[in-house]
Design a protein around this ligand. Structure first.
Ligand code: TXA
Ligand code: MG
Length: 334
């Protein structure tokens, strides 16, 4: 199968209605979408990405009211959060209805729902149906924020990639579980923890957000236990004032992911910067492209400067630490 990047939404629409899988743009990252209510179509998503079947998918909707058909219980906080953040980079996990096939939720009795803020995605969904979509990367690889990234990963595996420009947020949605009477942060993302707290009050942070969860333990969000976002080279995350430390480790095939301000000070031959130390939103837009860059170089080991955990910095740092398998060096300062 030859994979084509297309601009024509009606081609994507027909493919979805035919039970096929299509890559679609969203404001966070590209998604690998199929009819959420068609078990076979959803099974094809798992196959194309090589995703473990115990890792549930989220469902993308194009109008709020669809939560009432997809979810058995819609707690009051869902109305508050959706009013504040939808359409946008927030996924809410709620008790699923009978309508949602078990393959979507990987056998859990909950389902994650998101109303994306991207006009191409919204038009596709409104002209088809709710779409199940994980990030459109090969399982374990960095997520994709351009049609070209999707092609790198999924060429030959899907027919169409719907073009929608570079994703404006650049990290995936924030995932909160609201099915158990509290708001639990399962994955930091495009909506910050501070913003969530302003609307929802108390938010519990799941421990998988900050530490490595071993494969055998039970986790609230199955996706958190897998190695993620990883370039082919081994990675070490470095937090705090890290230039001197990193420079002491440089060797021929040791690469560095750094902030703009530090680029000239880093003595590595293979290096890329991904935004100002102070601009978490810029870092978010560039992090996955930067992680993908190293695969085109002979890098064997990558030192990555990690932002502080403020705002979207929490999500950016989480992606870097996960790519490093939570191999983290903490220095003084910020
Ligand atoms: O921004 C995004 O969320 C992107 C775009 C395409 O919308 N999608 C995305 O999907 O990142 P995915 O599958 O790569 O990540 C979804 C995360 C996974 O960690 C998964 O385990 C978790 O959400 N998740 C999905 N359904 C869940 C559920 N019912 N309970 C707990 N965690 C769930
Ligand atoms: Mg993903």
């Amino acid at each position: 199968m030859e994979t084509k990047i297309i601009n024509d939404i009606s081609l994507a629409k027909n493919a979805i209605l035919n039970g096929d899988v299509v890559a679609m743009p969203t404001e966070t990252v590209y998604g690998l979408a199929a009819n959420a209510l068609d078990e076979n179509a959803v099974a094809s998503i798992f196959k194309a990405k090589g995703r473990p079947s115990d890792n549930p998918l989220i469902i993308h909707i194009g109008k709020f009211d669809d939560v009432y058909t997809l979810c058995r219980e819609v707690p009051p906080v869902a109305l508050l959060l959706s009013a504040a953040f939808w359409p946008g980079p927030l996924t809410m996990v709620m008790k699923k209805s009978e309508l949602v096939p078990d393959v979507v939720s990987a056998g859990l009795d909950t389902v994650g729902v998101r109303y994306p803020n991207h006009e191409v995605a919204i038009e596709l969904i409104r002209n088809t149906m709710p779409l199940a979509a994980p990030s459109a990367n090969v399982s374990g690889r960095p997520s994709t924020t351009t049609a070209q990234h999707v092609l790198e990963d999924l060429s030959g595996k899907i027919e169409y990639i719907l073009e929608g420009g570079a994703s404006s947020v650049g990290v995936e949605s924030t995932v909160v579980d609201i099915s158990g009477g509290e708001v639990r942060l399962l994955r930091p993302g495009g909506i910050s923890l501070e913003e969530l707290c302003q609307v929802a009050g108390n938010v519990t942070v799941d421990k998988a957000v900050k530490e490595l969860i071993d494969n055998k333990s039970k986790v609230s969000s199955p996706g958190m236990k897998y190695k993620h976002y990883a370039p082919k080279a081994e990675m070490i995350a470095v937090c705090g004032d890290s230039v001197e430390f990193i420079n002491s480790k440089i060797d021929k095939d040791v690469a560095v992911l750094c902030f703009d301000e530090d680029y000239d000070k880093i003595e590595a031959e293979i290096k890329i910067s991904y935004g100002s130390r102070f601009d978490y939103k810029a870092q978010a837009r560039r992090i996955f492209d930067a992680l993908r860059y190293f695969d085109k170089t002979p890098a064997r080991l990558i030192y990555a400067q990690c932002p502080s955990e403020t705002g979207i910095g929490l999500a950016v740092g989480n992606r870097i630490k996960k790519a490093a398998g939570f191999n983290v060096v903490n220095m003084e300062g910020n």
